[in-house]
Ligand binder design. Structure first.
Ligand code: SF4
Length: 487
């Protein structure tokens, strides 16, 4: 996927490093998570007495200079990279969110999206809480701060988890204690790593690798992990247990780095396996198999390998070159410029394509405009035939869990058959992967995945949409339902 693909909302990290300063390790970890958010970056540390914060718009490399890092004192801290889907695009919504309450200082980094943030915000505003942003992370911070006035850390977090509904992986810093929380369905990823001097919590294991650490394990759905302030160990509390999880399958297909391990699987291996399944389900004879860079690569190599194992006379070739300096902010004032955008981003090597049939492999089709332009580009440089194979099922519905995808009206597959999409993008044939193949590659059942965007049925209770399970939406507004229990 290229020009206007789905965008991950955020990456989160938290460290506790004993005697060592946390700013630079957090900075490196955010670099490793840059693909999860390019709008803003931030770090909040604690030196045992007070918080230090630096949050800025832009890429990690632009958001911090030496002086910024030098001012972030302390051996514990949390960090965040963000692309906003809830809340406005300015520094008031950039994260980590940090604030001092009567109950102590709090910093919060959030990946995901709450579906009942407005209700909790209204209730807390009615109780006198003043909000400085329109994002849902501040809602979680205020709720937690309120609970911390009367409860210990574990009970306060559990109380807040009972009230918030939706997807969240959080790193939280309360005074000098860093914690990680994953929502009871485990929709967004979060893992624990061991470093030489302490422990790290991060959205993806690539952030652990960059610090020469070892992946310990994923944070479990519904689990709270507290890093000890001296960096010696961590404590884990299983606060909620659900019969089914709702891992976002799209993390494996598209968002996560291929070198990250997530929920027990190396993402690269999953993508190659999905490519193999794609050949098994809808393989087509062609002269050359070609990935749409970058994320189509692992799918295409698995697809070509499976084809060659079955005796197909097909070459795997990188025939589309990506210009990595064309950013999202490319200005496209006219239709002509918009059409040129794909050519600026992706240029075919005509010798690889000319006079041959090509199978283009991509990870997904959202609006269809890029696919249409790529097929046309292949024909322009002399392809005799162009087949398209997609390493995911058709996206038929939007995401409400923190992925910037598109509205239902914009999604090409929302109201078209595969044959109609094929016609629209101008390919000779088109094949998608089945949902069962995705579940098989992840060695899980469909019941434990979020499949909202490919089925239109969601694991959370979302206004105006159907759900694929029994979900209990928390009742906000005091009373027995809002009180914590010991279950
Ligand atoms: S709707 Fe799709 S993109 Fe969103 S969380 Fe579910 S699987 Fe992931």
């Amino acid at each position: 996927m290229t020009a206007s693909g789905p965008r991950e909302k955020c990456g989160v990290v938290g460290v506790s490093l004993g005697d060592r300063a946390s700013a630079r390790p957090l900075y490196y970890a955010l670099y490793a998570l840059q693909h999860r958010g390019q709008e803003s970056a931030g770090i909040v540390t604690h030196d045992g007495f007070q918080q230090h914060s630096h949050v800025s718009m832009g890429l990690v490399g632009d958001a911090f200079d030496e002086a910024d890092l030098a001012g972030l004192n302390g051996s514990v801290g949390i960090g965040h990279v963000r692309y906003p889907t809830a809340g406005s695009v300015d520094t008031s919504c950039a994260q980590p969110f940090s604030v001092s309450f009567k109950s102590g200082s709090l910093g919060l980094s959030h990946n995901g999206n709450l579906v009942n943030a407005a209700e909790i915000r209204d209730e807390l505003a009615g109780l006198g809480h003043a909000f400085t942003s329109d994002g849902d992370t501040e809602v979680i911070a205020h709720d937690l701060a309120r609970n911390l006035l009367e409860e210990d850390l574990v009970r306060a977090v559990k109380h807040t988890m009972r009230r918030i509904h939706g997807s969240y992986s959080l790193t939280i810093m309360h005074d000098d204690t860093v914690m990680g929380v994953r929502d009871p369905e485990g929709n967004r990823p979060l893992c624990i790593g061991e470093l030489d001097e302490g422990y790290i919590l991060a959205s993806e294991s690539a952030a652990i690798d960059v610090l020469d650490g070892e992946l310990v394990r994923d944070v479990r759905p519904g689990e709270l992990v507290i890093l000890q302030p001296d960096g010696a160990d961590f404590d884990a509390y299983q606060l909620f247990e659900r019969e089914r999880s709702a891992h976002c399958f799209f993390e494996h297909v598209y968002f996560a780095r291929p070198d990250s391990a997530m929920d027990g699987h190396l993402v690269y291996d999953v993508r190659r396996e999905l490519g193999r399944q794609l050949w098994a389900e809808s393989g087509v004879d062609s002269d050359v198999v070609m990935p749409v860079p970058d994320s189509g690569r692992a799918f295409a190599s698995g697809y070509a390998e499976a084809a060659q194992e079955e005796g197909a006379d097909v070459e795997f070739a990188e025939g589309l070159m990506k210009n990595r300096y064309v950013g999202r902010t490319f200005i496209m004032p006219t239709q002509d410029a918009r059409e040129r955008a794909v050519r600026l981003k992706l240029n075919p090597i005509s010798d690889v394509v000319e006079g041959r049939t090509v199978t283009l492999i991509d990870d997904s089709i959202v609006r269809g405009t890029t696919s249409n332009q790529l097929v046309q580009l292949m024909r322009d440089v002399g392809a005799e035939g162009v087949h398209v194979r997609i390493g995911a099922p058709p996206i038929v519905a939007p995401c409400y869990m923190g992925i910037d995808m598109a509205t239902r009206e914009e999604l090409i597959a929302a109201d078209r058959t595969v044959e109609e999409i094929r016609e629209e993008i101008g390919a000779d044939s088109l094949g998608y992967l089945s949902i069962d193949a995705v579940a098989e590659a992840l060695s899980t059942s469909r019941a434990d995945l979020c499949l909202g965007c490919v089925t239109g049925e969601y694991p959370y209770d979302i206004d105006g949409e159907t759900t694929d399970r029994d979900v209990e939406r928390p009742v906000i507004g005091g009373g027995a339902e809002a009180a914590p229990s010991d279950d």
